[in-house]
Ligand binder design. Sequence first.
Ligand code: ADP
Ligand code: ZN
Length: 521
Amino acid sequence: MLATQELQIKDKLKEVFGYNQFRGNQEAIINNIINGNNTFVIMPTGAGKSLCYQLPALVLPGTAIVISPLIALMKNQVDQLNAFGVNAQFLNSTLTKAEMNKVKKETISGEVKLLYVAPESLTKEETLDFLQKAKISFVAIDEAHCISEWGHDFRPEYRKIRGIIDSIGDLPIIALTATATPKVQLDIQKNLQMDDASVFKSSFNRTNLYYEVRPKHNTKKQLIQYIKKHKGKSGIIYCLSRKKVEEIAELLRVNDVKALPYHAGLEPGIRMANQDAFLNEDADVIVATIAFGMGIDKPDVRFVIHYDTPKSIEGYYQETGRGGRDGLEGNCLMFYSYDDIVKLEKFSKDKPVTERDNSKLLLQEMAAYADSAVCRRKQLLHYFGEIFEKDCGFCDNCVHPKERFEAGEEVLLALKAAVQTEQRFGMDHLVAVLTGMKDQYVESYSHDQLEVYGKGNEQDAQFWNSVIRQILLSGFLEKDIENIGVLKVTQKGYDFIQGPHPIKLAKDHNFEEEVQKEEEK
Ligand code: ADP
Ligand code: ZN
């Protein structure tokens, strides 16, 4: 890297953004894109992704295109950049014809440094014609997980982006996301044809967040107690429906909590006022649907509560990520009930098959997370492709551990089941083989002839599910990223088959039983 370039980006950091130093990988990422290389950034929410494309846009000649899915988010960023004295503009459906023409003119003349574009606008022929006339420095694709059907926020227009970029020119791309499981990551790189990209992945561990799951039982009472314990502190409560948001906000108000609702059904003026009240500390608690929080940057949110069970671990992680951004206290409480899972499954009933299957899969992962007695952080990080060796000591399952049982034999059986079925199947089939079920797959593959078949029939499917999930978490098995759902044995798994040793596993929670006991007290 040229010394002058290094100086230049440091200067801009201070002069335009007012920061003294880069955070994490920011500097390496910025240099990579300035040098014209494809760049893939995976960073948790709040880590500072925007700067990774905003700063290079100022240094490079021409205009950077920023593709962003949300109009509100776009406007926030553009306003902020304008306040820093940067010429940033956006192109989306909210502009009048005259405004649109002005933006285009200023872009072609080279005044605009960052042009934010919604994917819908990008696909329009007239936008394309215009972009071909402009000098474009690079393309940033924010929220890149929207490309993948396996993510939690699939947007079909995102799949057209690559073709459009090609028709504009040979441009470097920087794709950014806060929510990439290994599968989604592969999908993004494939779809954007960015196999050559330098990948910058930061750890997703948020060490200051405490994770806790409670059964959804006497929830209102629990909620009020919890908030009284955190009296006067800032918090977000997520609910799945607008109606629930209103109801809970009201419940809190009558209990002397300064709470306000936030959802897309509120009149925009009220919604903005409520958001501002929360940001300015006129309200302590905001009760919201997941519409709230994208691009919100309040550093001292002390608790994030999921009143309803969330739809996916990715969404959940994103939302809890809004707690404790200043690195201080952050409590994440989720209320869980299997009824919620069933309800959510019904919501996607009328969706196309792949979408429905996918949301079902995400929900199963959510249920498994809630039920599991394994360290929450270990589970969450594993979901994002990180192996966290030790238990964290800072989650409900670590603080109140469940009794563990010796499971060497079970682990061996499960691994053998994967090997004997040639590592071409997923959890359900392995469980069917172990418990000695006779379904269509077992029969057509003659898996009832295998040595392990039915060897685990003293335990039920739920037990084996839990065993398999735990050995996945400990790295004896891994998910095959090419074939969704398929489980493969790792080297660690083979070593175990060669030389089994004692190993302890935890039984899943049985929330129904816990609730019953609670009631009998
Ligand atoms: P993300 O998009 O990853 O969620 P943002 O880009 O919104 O994160 O950044 C989160 C916060 O961190 C913002 O308030 C931003 O101003 C701040 N920030 C980013 N980079 C730096 C830095 N190098 N030094 C100090 N603050 C930073
Ligand atoms: Zn833990």
